[in-house]
Design a protein. Structure first.
Length: 231
């Protein structure tokens, strides 16, 4: 037990002695997590995690992009007293954004062979339709998540047919997307993470009773993924 304590203290002292300023040559590559193929043209924004007024805030530390072979070389100008850096891979319609946090010690030890992975995005279509004939004014709520990433931050979604006159559509902070009324026939187009668990949550409110349902799917590359919810 004493030896573990000594090693811990030495480690803390060693980290404290690491030089935090000056240029650091970085080399590496970005790969597709599933195929392991190197991904060209990926933009990466670097943020230093700096303590300001007793709070740790991200500050700009530079940016770079992978070349046509998915590799990169970059000279990082280290920021005084900054010991952690975020490498923020910018997302688009092909790949999701991703943040990799590296400590200065790890960054220095692996400076010449860094590699990051990115997750491919695939299409998902959700169809909602009311088919029941009831006298109740139903309300349906919808949310989804992919690999525990919430739909509001994962990828922009598009809704086809919000509803006809007399129906309302809204985005709520907690409940998600909402449809109210009898004439519900909508399509939501979005993208989710390839080969990751995607959960689609429905909540139907009818006659003051709530009924929750969750669909679980794993979306594959180059396949059409359509989920139907009829109530």
């Amino acid at each position: 037990m004493r030896s573990i304590y000594i090693i811990f203290i030495l480690g803390v002292l060693f980290i404290g002695c690491i030089k935090t300023e000056g240029p650091l040559n970085l080399e590496g590559k970005i790969i597709d997590e599933c195929t392991k193929v190197q991904v060209p043209g990926r933009k990466v924004i670097i943020q230093g995690i700096k303590e300001i007024n007793n709070k740790f805030v991200p500050v700009d530390a530079g940016q770079f992009s992978t070349d046509s072979a998915g590799c990169f070389k970059y000279i990082l100008e280290r920021i005084k007293n900054v010991r952690y850096y975020n490498f923020c891979i910018v997302g688009d319609s092909d790949y999701a954004s991703k943040i990799n946090k590296l400590g200065l010690l790890e960054l220095k030890e692996n400076a010449r062979y860094l590699f990051f992975s990115v997750n491919k995005l695939v299409d998902l279509i959700i169809n909602i339709q009311k088919i029941s004939n009831t006298d109740y004014c139903d309300t349906i709520y919808l949310t989804w998540e992919s690999n525990k990433v919430d739909y509001t931050t994962l990828y922009p979604f598009e809704i086809v047919n919000h509803g006809i006159t007399g129906n309302t559509f809204d985005i709520l902070d907690y409940f998600g997307l909402r449809w109210i009324g009898d004439n519900v026939n909508s399509t939501i187009k979005t993208r989710v993470l390839e080969d990751k668990l995607t959960l689609i949550h429905w909540e139907l409110v009818r006659n003051k009773k709530r009924n929750k349902t969750t669909d679980t799917i794993v979306c594959k590359r180059d396949l059409k993924h359509i989920v139907y919810f009829k109530f």
